[in-house]
Design a protein. Structure first.
Ligand code: ATP
Ligand code: MG
Length: 423
């Protein structure tokens, strides 16, 4: 995963090539490995470059200098090399095979090994490729090139064994399949379906990180469908997909996917809210968010969206004061994205959504003017603290927004009328 915000693909690529040259000149074997090779063969810009080599961690550090390297992953044989500005960083990993996996997620030990063994310990054939950027040659020990051509996700070796070692791979299979529009190879798919309920041995943080990627990808609807079809959905979100409910809500499920797929570059909380709208109340959404260890601001956003999903419906035909508090909320643009997708999915008129967008494009001071009165003003005016205090304040605010009072003087006159009114 990359840390630098501003990555220049050309610089990253140049640097990744330079690293191979340096290792090669020092007498080591070195290749680009994994995701970057796959992405390149798919015609996609690699997110980052990983290097695999027969140099050992201390040899790598000696070659590139201690100051430019981080040894955080040294126990797994991984050294992080910091590139020049814009080039990002590169993980240089010593060829290894992984041993153990008694916890269903992490290898107990690693053992430095050959390039071929290193390819075989990787998860899917499309992720098991090496590339020599000097000779421009793909090195394929696992049949990954053919699977890229045939557009399929296939576990390296016996899928049941590979998912038993590391259950997270099941979610990765779904993410890659949906993300690239690749089919799951039948045996691999069968193994995911058979073992799906074991996904919960993986930490919720890691599960949520995969779900985040699935839900924010362009092909998120296909991803969610595959999650549900394989049974991973039921294991991760029993609130929504426990068996009995799924049959009953099949129509709702399809309708939700139609909305999900139409969201305009959604951030995670928005996609999540749309998914959870299938069954979850804002409270359930909060419980799910906590279980997945999401950040509070993301939990709050998803819950707010669920709570307000209908709050702007027909906004163009309603009193401004009933619309304005929702429309000026921070998450309103997300809510509008949701409404827009919903209107498109239903072929419904989106006049209210367009009207809301117009309002939001006006000056902030116009749509959200400073209140004419504050709590202090009410106290100064002799209004007793109590339950009516808030109501009065809100009543004045609504009257201000609806253009019924225009000044502090008029607002205070309104307060007088309100307190004087007999009960
Ligand atoms: P992305 O584009 O999402 O980064 P990636 O394939 O680069 O995809 P990473 O998680 O960055 O995925 O991992 C880099 C490589 O390490 C993978 O291509 C794969 O070869 C290997 N790998 C990653 N996670 C696993 C795993 N859980 N089991 C086996 N091999 C893995
Ligand atoms: Mg990667």
């Amino acid at each position: 995963m990359s840390h630098s915000a501003k990555l220049h693909p050309q610089k990253a690529r140049q640097f990744a090539k330079h690293v191979i040259l340096r290792l090669r000149k020092a007498g080591y074997l070195a290749y680009w490995a994994g995701g970057c090779v796959r992405d390149q063969l798919l015609g996609r810009e690699p997110k980052d470059y990983d290097v695999a080599t027969d140099a050992q961690p201390d040899q790598i550090r000696t070659l590139f200098g201690r100051r430019r390297t981080l040894a955080l992953g040294a126990s797994f044989g991984v050294i992080t090399l910091i590139g020049p500005p814009g080039a990002g960083q590169i993980e240089i990993a010593t060829f290894r095979d992984d041993v153990g996996y008694s916890d269903g997620r992490h290898p107990d030990r690693v053992h430095f090994s050959t390039a071929e063994a290193d390819a075989s310990r990787r998860d899917f054939t499309i992720n098991g490729l090496f590339f020599d950027p000097i000779g421009r040659e793909v090195i394929d020990y696992v049949g990954g090139r053919e699977d890229i051509q045939r557009r399929r996700i296939r576990a390296i070796g016996d899928p049941v064994k590979r998912f038993t070692e590391d259950k997270l791979r099941m979610l990765r299979a779904v993410r890659f399949s949906a993300g690239f529009d690749f089919q799951l190879d039948p045996e691999t798919r069968e193994a995911v379906c058979r073992m799906a309920d074991q996904i919960t041995v993986v930490s919720w943080e890691r599960i949520a990180a995969e779900i985040r990627q699935i839900l924010t990808a362009a092909r998120r609807a296909a991803g969610v469908r595959l999650l549900v079809d394989t049974g991973l959905g039921a294991a991760i979100l029993p609130e929504l997909f426990a068996d009995e409910r799924r049959g009953a809500a099949a129509g709702d499920f399809e309708a939700m996917l139609e909305v999900l797929v139409r969201l305009d570059s959604p951030e995670f909380p928005l996609s999540l809210a749309v998914l959870l709208s299938l069954a979850a109340t804002p409270q359930t959404a909060r419980a799910i968010g906590r279980r997945w260890r999401l950040a509070n601001h993301e939990i709050n956003r998803a819950a707010w969206l669920l709570e307000h999903r209908r709050s702007l419906d027909g906004a163009d035909r309603r009193r401004w004061s009933s619309v304005q508090p929702v429309l000026v909320a921070k998450a309103a643009p997300d809510l509008l994205k949701w409404m827009q997708a919903q209107r498109e999915a239903e072929g419904a008129d989106d006049a209210d959504v367009r009207w809301c967008r117009d309002q939001l494009s006006r000056d902030r001071a116009e749509i959200d003017p400073a209140p004419l009165l504050t709590g202090d003003d009410l106290i100064g005016h002799g209004v007793p603290k109590g339950p009516i205090f808030r109501e009065i304040l809100q009543g004045v605010r609504e009257a201000q927004l609806d253009g019924e009072v225009h000044s502090r003087r008029e607002a205070l006159a309104m307060v007088d009328r309100l307190i004087a009114r007999p009960r």
